[in-house]
Design a protein around this ligand. Structure first.
Ligand SMILES: NC(=O)c1ccc[n+]([C@@H]2O[C@H](COP(=O)([O-])OP(=O)(O)OC[C@H]3O[C@@H](n4cnc5c(N)ncnc54)[C@H](OP(=O)(O)O)[C@@H]3O)[C@@H](O)[C@H]2O)c1
Length: 344
C-alpha cells in the first residue's frame, strides 16, 4: 500500500501589505503515527478567517504570531482516524484547531465532538462556531440592543455580520447592513431580512446611510474601520454602543494611518455623545459558549437565522482563498473543503 502523504501549508515569509502566494509554501510529509495519548485527525474542512492575516505579522498581539516555517493556524472540522485517548473513537467528527494541514496529531485538548444529526458539520466553523459566537457575544454583552433601537453592522453579508444583523431583527430592532456591492446588499435585505443595506463602495456612503437610519444609530457593530466608520460616526446617538470586533480595512496596513489630529477629534465625539466603544475578542466570553448554542442553535435550526457558505476546493487553494477573503471576494463564511466528508 502506498505511503499516505500529508500536505501542509507553511508561512514562508511575513507579508508586506497584502499577502502574496509566495508568502506561503505547500509541503508534503508522511502522515504521522499517533503515539500514546494522541489522536490522529484528518481535516475535512478548514475555516478561513480575517484574523489569520494578523497571525502572519511579527510583534505582540492578543495571540502569538505564526513563525516563518510553521504551519498556518486555523479552525477545522476533522474526522478521527485513530485515537489513543478517550473519549474519541475512529470515525467521530470533531471541531479542532489544527491548522492548514490534511492530517494532524493532537492530544484531544480543545477538541469538541460534533453531532452531524443536529446541524451540518460545517456550521461549527461559521454560524454555530467562532464567528457566530463572536456576533452573539459582542452584540449581547456590549451592544445590548433594545427593541425599537437601530443597529448598524458592517461586513453584513459575512460570517459575523450576517448573524449580528439577523439577531438584531430577532431582538426587535431596525437592522441596517453595510456591505460591498449590489449582490451582497440584495442578499442582506432579501435573504437575511435586514431592513436596509448600503454599499460601502459608493462615493456618497455617508449620505446614503443617513436616510436608512432616520432615528440615528444606537448600536454600531464595527467589523471594518476606515471610511465605513467615518460614515457611521456622525449618525451615532448619545449613549450609543460600539462593539469593536474587527478592523479588516486596516489588516494589510504596514503603518498607522495618517492624520495625528484625528484622535483628539474622535475623543471629543466619544465625550460629547457619551459613547461606549469596547474592543473584544470572542475568547473573552468563552464561558458563554453553552448559552450561545442554546439561543442561536434553535434559531438556525428553525430557519430564523440563515447562513451562507463559500467553499474553496482543496488545501492547495487555501492561500488564494485567504487573499480573496481579505479583498471581499468571498461571500458568506469562507471554508476550504480539504477532504470529502464521506470516508475515502
Ligand atoms: N473580535 C473577535 O473575536 C473576532 C472574531 C471573528 C471575526 N472578527 C472580525 O470580524 C470581522 C468580520 O469577520 P468575518 O469572519 O465575518 O469575515 P467576513 O465578513 O466573512 O469576510 C470579510 C469581509 O470584510 C469585508 N471587507 C474587507 N475589506 C474591506 C474594506 N476595506 N472595507 C469594508 N469592508 C471590507 C468584505 O465584505 P464586503 O464585500 O461586504 O466589503 C469581506 O467579505 C473581521 O474584521 C474579523 O477580523 C473578530
Amino acid at each position: 500500500m502506498p505511503e499516505r502523504r500529508n500536505r501542509r501549508v507553511l508561512l514562508a515569509a511575513r507579508p508586506q501589505g497584502e499577502p502574496k502566494e509566495s508568502d506561503f509554501r505547500l509541503v508534503e510529509d508522511p502522515v504521522p503515527e499517533p503515539g500514546p495519548g494522541q489522536i490522529l485527525l484528518r481535516t475535512l474542512y478548514l475555516s478561513l478567517d480575517p484574523y489569520m492575516r494578523g497571525r502572519m505579522n511579527a510583534g505582540p498581539s492578543y495571540a502569538p504570531s505564526v513563525e516563518v516555517g510553521q504551519v498556518m493556524v486555523g479552525g477545522t472540522v476533522s474526522r478521527v482516524e485513530a485515537a489513543n485517548v478517550g473519549p474519541f473513537r475512529p470515525g467521530d467528527i470533531v471541531e479542532a484547531y489544527t491548522g492548514w494541514e490534511e492530517y494532524a496529531l493532537c492530544d484531544g485538548r480543545g477538541v469538541r465532538k460534533l453531532d452531524p444529526s443536529l446541524a451540518p458539520v460545517t456550521t461549527a466553523l461559521g454560524v454555530l462556531g467562532m464567528p457566530g459566537m463572536t456576533a452573539w457575544t459582542g452584540l449581547m454583552n456590549i451592544g445590548q440592543p433594545k427593541a425599537g433601537e437601530t443597529v448598524v453592522v458592517a461586513a453584513a453579508s459575512g460570517a459575523v455580520g450576517s448573524v449580528v444583523g439577523q439577531l438584531a431583527k430577532v431582538k426587535g430592532c431596525r437592522a441596517v447592513g453595510i456591505a460591498g456591492g449590489e449582490d451582497k446588499c440584495r442578499y442582506v435585505v432579501e435573504e437575511l431580512g435586514l431592513d436596509a443595506c448600503v454599499d460601502h463602495r459608493r462615493a456618497d456612503l455617508a449620505e446614503a446611510l443617513k436616510p436608512e437610519c432616520p432615528e440615528g444609530i444606537d448600536v454600531y457593530f464595527e467589523n471594518v474601520g476606515g471610511p465605513v466608520f467615518d460614515a457611521v460616526l456622525p449618525l451615532l446617538n448619545p449613549f450609543a454602543r460600539v462593539p469593536v470586533c474587527g478592523l479588516i480595512a486596516h489588516y494589510n496596513d504596514s503603518r498607522p494611518p495618517d492624520g495625528p489630529d484625528r484622535l483628539p477629534w474622535l475623543m471629543m465625539q466619544i465625550l460629547v455623545k457619551r459613547l461606549t466603544l469596547r474592543g473584544f475578542i470572542v475568547s473573552d466570553f468563552a464561558r458563554q459558549q453553552a448559552d450561545f448554542l442554546a439561543e442561536v442553535g434553535p434559531l438556525v435550526r428553525d430557519g430564523r437565522i440563515k447562513y451562507r457558505e463559500h467553499f474553496i476546493e482543496g488545501l492547495e487553494n487555501a492561500t488564494r482563498g485567504l487573499i480573496g477573503l481579505l479583498r471581499g471576494e468571498t461571500f458568506g463564511k469562507t471554508i476550504v473543503r480539504v477532504a470529502p466528508e464521506g470516508r475515502s
